[in-house]
Design a protein around this ligand. Sequence first.
Ligand code: AFP
Length: 310
Amino acid sequence: MIQRIEQHELMVMLTLHEYLDTCACAGDLASLITVIAEQAVPIRNAFLTNQSYATSRNVSGEQQAAMDTWSDGHLTEVYRSSGLVAALGSEEQKDIVNFPDATGRYAVVMDPLDGSSLIQTNLAVGTIIGIFDDGTVMQKGKNLKAALYMIYGPMTTLTLTVGEGVAIFAMNEQDEYLLLDGDVRMPEGNLYASGGLKKDWKDRHARFIDTVEQRGFKLRYSGSFVADFHQVLKYGGFYCYPALEGKPEGKLRLLFEAYPIGFIAAQAGGAISDGARNLLDVEPASLHQRTPIYVGSSGVIELMEGILSG
Ligand code: AFP
């Protein structure tokens, strides 16, 4: 396990390639992770010419931003040409995409551009990826072999787990990822993000939010799950998009958002729940299944489950 590299040691930061060499993951998984992570460069460059909303809607009925469709199409072609991906489940595509010519057996689940409604505001958005190794998209999140997200913010960062803890990298001027933290541990902390209109919160959710606010938790909510989660990963606390009156499944998707982020959270000592159970243990019933999400520090997730279970 790579130990945390203290600030004064930044000059000896490992590259992504060197970090993956220290992990026990398969060589073709390291290759797939690398080629996905490198797409931060073309995706970031595409923002300038893809600011608008598309006329289309995704299968979840949400209006697609031009960057949603651009990044989805770009990453789909990257998987196809890699030959390593047998199947893909994407938030932006109705059905599972199969790649019959692939020699590899990886199955990818992804939200190609999370937070796309923020692109015109220049707030941080990102790409969320989960990787299974048996060619099957529809399976429990606990079976993931790797999960990663890139955030396009003041820095371009990559947060990654291959099941051996969590590492965070930042991209330098040569478009190379350098290790910032090789052993990320989520502290308890006191930040929270809660989606949904307050008038639609269920009583027990409202009681949970009151409880944490009484304990000094402060609101940090941007509208980008991946960015809000990253803040929780670093400082502690939780992000949630709860079940709402009239929307019992909440908003976020189980496969494309909850599973990869939940796997990373668990690897950093945190937890993910739908309010009652560990979401990584939930068998998906449909590709675009939504779920209530509470993800963050293990202590506050336990507190939440106690309050929501009454
Ligand atoms: P977009 O990708 O459509 O911007 O949605 C982002 C998101 O899925 C998640 O990243 C945010 O936390 C959440 O939706 C914001 O939802 P609200 O707009 O309802 O607050």
